[in-house]
Design a protein around this ligand. Structure first.
Ligand code: GTP
Ligand code: MG
Length: 450
């Protein structure tokens, strides 16, 4: 996970301070020294660190803070506020109110332009309710066009390409969008190893031809300090509208995220959190700050759940539960929905204080549990999945062999499943037969208002 070291160091520093009843100016100085080191180690730009620490120190030793009843908490609050500010302050939304929006992706080779173009197109379709078009304007790298076409096919989103130069491709693409009533146009451009004039001229020409609402610079967050130089150059030449930081799911130290806004003045708008098409999130400075300071990130989790879980599927499932027809097959499909949210570790990591709860060691969580359950269900026949009552001992033995899991695990899964079904039945009975007060309603002595 990104920011791991920084996060740990800052949290330790904070814990040290909040453990004290009284806070002296020396304590604040000591804390600031540690904050400074933590940030430098996270590869945050030197100048940025200096300003950041100065601001916090000035505010922290202010009379109001030191004389307050809870100076330590006040200081934590200040650190949080300044961290939010450093990350960009307010959320920076993508422009999406125009009748037609055009977004240009720019950046160095391998930064994640094409992947992000696909992810953004999916977001446009699913959450912004737009009709996206992807334009393939990278004519240099072999297979670049094909890469975008494959993504388009996978997402069921049209991809435009003609065998011309990039500026003409884009012009034709805009006409195509007009003719086909597509209103969210994303242009994937070519990358280079280094910033060179030829590339910049081409991008400027495309910009002039399109007049895009957004020019998003895609930056690989793993490259650290260098990200700041790249962002500065692209911004000077193209006047970008914002940044996308990719690969924040890796173990990047996070310096780029913390330096870019102060140096370029341009906000981070989106972050790439993985290789899958769902792994693109809006950047929320406040949430990122609380993630770094260990205050968790419940909001992101909720948003992610809403985006990944298919609404129709959820409705169907609800119906099944209510009509008491829930089978192992439904269970399997629910597991798959869960998996779309990410690994269990990632999900738990977003919950506040999870890393501080005694006895919970996130590194010990066995992601394989999902796979085991899946293997067991997949070793059942269709009939068994739909009608679990028929799974007798010989069948259980066969399933155990087929899935390579011990028989005890098969027993356990079936037992848990039966219990789950029992609960669902009660719940279903309660909702379906309001007048009879069955199920949970009856269990509770009919006290529910149904
Ligand atoms: N883990 C992770 N990998 C990513 C992310 N974004 C992109 N990648 C991977 O980074 C690699 C490069 O991505 P591309 O989208 O092809 O990069 P590009 O900027 O289009 O590269 P060029 O077209 O060569 O300039 C691919 O393997 C992607 O799967 C991310 O957020 N997380
Ligand atoms: Mg590309």
């Amino acid at each position: 996970m990104a920011f791991e070291n920084l996060s740990e160091r800052l949290q330790n520093t904070i814990a040290k301070l909040t453990g004290k009843g009284k806070v002296t100016e020396t304590d604040v100085k000591e804390m600031m020294r540690e904050v400074r080191l933590a940030l430098l180690e996270a590869d945050v730009n030197f100048k940025v660190v200096k300003d950041f620490v100065k601001k916090i120190s000035e505010r922290a030793v202010g009379v109001d803070v030191m004389k307050s009843l809870t100076p330590a908490q006040q200081i934590v609050k200040i650190v949080n506020e300044e961290l939010v500010e450093l990350l960009g302050g307010n959320n920076s939304e993508l422009v999406q109110n125009n009748k037609k929006n055009t977004v240009m992706m720019v950046g160095l080779q391998g930064a994640g332009k094409t992947t992000t173009a696909g992810k953004l197109a999916l977001k446009a379709k699913k959450t912004m309710k737009k009709r996206p078009l992807l334009i393939a304007a990278d004519v240099y790298r072999p297979a670049a066009v094909q890469q975008l076409q494959t993504l388009g096919k996978q997402l069921d989103i049209p991809v435009f390409y003609v065998d011309k130069n990039p500026v003409d491709i884009v012009k034709d693409g805009l006409n195509y969008a007009e003719e086909n009533n597509l209103n969210y146009i994303i242009i994937d451009t070519a990358g280079r190893l280094h910033i060179d004039e030829e590339l910049m001229t081409e991008l400027q020409d495309i910009k002039a031809a399109v007049k895009p609402q957004e020019i998003l610079l895609v930056v690989d967050s793993m490259i650290g300090q260098e990200a700041v130089n790249i962002a500065t150059s692209f911004n000077e030449q193209l006047d970008i509208s914002g940044l996308v930081l990719t690969k924040l799911d890796g173990d990047t130290r996070g310096g780029a995220a913390l330096s870019i806004k102060s140096i370029t003045g341009k906000p981070i708008k989106l972050i790439g959190m993985g290789e899958k098409m769902n792994d693109l999130e809006y950047f929320h400075p406040e949430r990122m700050a609380s993630r770094i300071l260990g205050m968790g990130d419940v909001l992101t989790l909720i948003e992610k759940a809403q985006a990944s879980i298919d609404e129709d599927e959820a409705k169907k499932m609800q119906e099944k539960i209510l009509t008491q027809n829930f089978t192992f097959e439904d269970f399997l499909s629910q597991l798959n929905q869960m998996k779309k949210l990410g690994s269990i570790k990632d999900i738990l990591g977003m919950l506040p204080g999870m890393n501080k709860v005694k006895g919970v060691d996130l590194s010990q969580i066995d992601e394989k549990q999902f796979t085991y359950i899946e293997a067991i269900i997949q070793s059942m026949t269709i009939e068994e999945r739909q009608n679990p009552d028929i799974i007798n001992v010989p069948r259980r033995n066969r399933i155990s062999k087929g899935s390579g899991r011990p028989i005890s695990e098969v027993h356990k899964l079936i037992k848990q499943f039966e219990e789950m079904r029992k609960m669902m039945k009660q719940f279903g009975g309660m909702v379906n037969n309001k007048s009879k007060r069955k199920g949970i309603g009856r269990l509770l002595g009919g006290k529910l208002p149904f």
